[in-house]
Design a protein around this ligand. Sequence first.
Ligand SMILES: Nc1nc2c(ncn2[C@@H]2O[C@H](COP(=O)(O)OP(=O)(O)OP(=O)(O)O)[C@@H](O)[C@H]2O)c(=O)[nH]1
Length: 826
Amino acid sequence: MADDATTAPPPSSSAATAPLGSSVISLVNRLQDIFSRVGSQSTIDLPQVAVVGSQSSGKSSVLEALVGRDFLPRGNDICTRRPLVLQLVQTKRKPDGSEEEYGEFLHLSGKRFYDFSEIRREIQAETDREAGGNKGVSDKQIRLKIFSPNVLDITLVDLPGITKVPVGDQPSDIEARIRTMIMSYIKTPTCLILAVTPANSDLANSDALQMAGVADPEGNRTIGVITKLDIMDRGTDARNLLLGKVIPLRLGYVGVVNRSQEDILMNRSIKDALVAEEKFFRSRPVYSGLADSCGVPQLAKKLNQILAQHIKAVLPGLRARISTSLVAVAKEHASYGEITESKAGQGALLLNILSKYSEAFSSMVEGKNEEMSTSELSGGARIHYIFQSIFVRSLEEVDPCEGLTDDDIRTAIQNATGPKSALFVPEVPFEVLVRRQISRLLDPSLQCARFIYDELIKISHRCMVTELQRFPFLRKRMDEVIGNFLREGLEPSENMIGHLIEMEMDYINTSHPNFIGGSKALEMAMQHGKSSRVLPISKPKDGLDSDKGSASERSVKSRGILARQANGVVADPGVRVPLDAEKVVPSGNPSGSSWGISSIFGGGDSRMAVKDNTASKPHIEPVNSMEQSFSMIYLREPPPVLRPSESNSETETIEITVIKLLLKSYYDIVRKNVEDLVPKAIMHFLVNNTKKELHNVFIKKLYRDNLFEEMLQEPDEIATKRKRCRDLLRAYQQAFKDLEELPLEAETVERGFSLPDTTGLPKIHGLPTSSMYSTSSSGDYYASPKNPKSKRSSHSGELQSPLHANSDSNGNGRPFPSGFYPAVDA
Ligand SMILES: Nc1nc2c(ncn2[C@@H]2O[C@H](COP(=O)(O)OP(=O)(O)OP(=O)(O)O)[C@@H](O)[C@H]2O)c(=O)[nH]1
């Protein structure tokens, strides 16, 4: 009975010899514990095991013996005709300690098979459904899961045997088909190959070894299994085969004796079969000294060692992963900081945050931020970009005469002369027009300040994002304070910009050394006029409007460029103004010492010269006034809206050109000033002032005893996160420590020692490892059990499976459920 078994002495040596389940299960369980503690779903992927061999070589029997269950259809007439993928899934023991083992097919998902003979029947039925009832073979898998707390999460694959001659419904190329199917499984580098060859056939003709040799030429994952040692020809034995003297195999061979067809018919249990197997080897002196190559438990041990080796190989990767996560969790934990209860502590914390924030703000503006982006411009670099690439460039692109048509200029000129016919190109229209153009600089300058303000707001949002996550109230208050402060800083910058533009508009400094001056402008306009007469189609380089160039051709070659016609009256083309402008206008610059509008045209002297000349201007009479009429003369009504004369005299063209030249020249001076001073004003009043004063402002507004509590208030969510993070951190630290110890354990398993603490099994001694997968052993597999007639060995049911652990996770010996391993009274 089950209880008897718990107290029973160690089982017979065959059952106790490092069963595949026990030692590796313990390792895997510890790993899974580690993963579950850190909340990770990941686990290690164990390699799958596939059995290959020719038909009826005993593949299913080997697999069954390893699993310890009767559930596969076996027999001379019953073949494996579809790949059976058998997934062993470890389940948790129930809280009351009882356990449940069952099978479930993928094609009947949800239906649990607690009776394993029913599983066998379903495999047969499902095979027939797909492959037909007459020996047909299909590569469509049957997927079966066995759930048990005593198994390892491992996948075993039972494959159809290789046949040469088609029988029943089998196609003519049956051999090639089966080989392709087998190869698709065993070529996977993580597949362990059990190459099964019956001892009563020639090893040199072994299909299993031939295929395994192709799939695994290095022999790193192939174990040779020799079955049917019991039915070899009398006088022959498999000693040389097992020693690898016939065909050497890196991982060696294991000879097994499975149940014969007769045993199956007589319902001989696996357990009895294993006992019989042990007896067989013990009774054959020829196999003495080959302990590690004989018997199903030895095969299980070999697999054990390979799995342990595999686990050991993946451990460094797992450790690296845990270590990476550990660092990330530690960082996150640090970001939540510690809870500060005392007033003094809170004050210090707040002060620290405010100072750090102000420093971070300055660093970002100055480009000294440690976490500077390499993918885009940020902080101060964006400010520079706004000044230079947006503001300055946009101003440079502005045409000083934009929005000013020749008509506008003409109107301005005519308006400025008032009721008189002006004698000169007046300064007034220039001033009016230049002011109008300067005023256009105000908007982009204010806009520039706004842009910088926006940038500073953005910078402020990027400061201490992670650190302030835990203090959303403080963050909100800080955002308010800095927002207000920046707005306050924007005002003086905008005022300053307003003043700068007003200053420029208020005093038009025509004595500026870079200003072209009236005389020069006139000279250039004259040259321009001349050249446009010579080359009427050529466009002036300076981009000045030359559309009146051809008009000047039509007009009289008046030299009286400074003389004005009456508004709206077409001058007599025959009348000449005997004024040589070149004489009037000095070619050099006007004396720089003379300030004021009057100096546009080169100072008092030239002005006088103009006056003198204009004094000799002849009286201009309209042509029609010469006609005498005796009838009443009616004047036509003046129109309500008067436009300037449409006449395009050369004089006017030159005047317009002069005005444009003056405008452009002066506008350039102002533009340079604005380009220079606006960024300076913004930097001074907004940017630098914020940098300098931010910390003080924070202290003034936020550092108040009565506000500490409120501002350092953490949302519940942060407290929860901190706690979760702390727990996780501890779990990771423990996991990391545990993982450091595991390779030693894996090594123990690999060497064939059972684990001292969890398996509850007797130790198997003396299994030196000569190579990676070496299984050479001096352990005496055949050592007689001390008490062969123990209660446990008297179970008439199936023997404890080598793939099953015989202990629970606490290391206490625990029998398998009586349902599966029924105990029969001795
Ligand atoms: N005497 C004896 N019979 C064995 C041994 N191994 C297998 N048999 C018998 O050989 C027959 C075929 O065994 P299976 O385990 O079904 O062989 P298989 O390789 O799975 O067969 P297929 O799936 O048809 O390829 C069965 O009757 C088994 O009882 C053995 O070691 N000794």
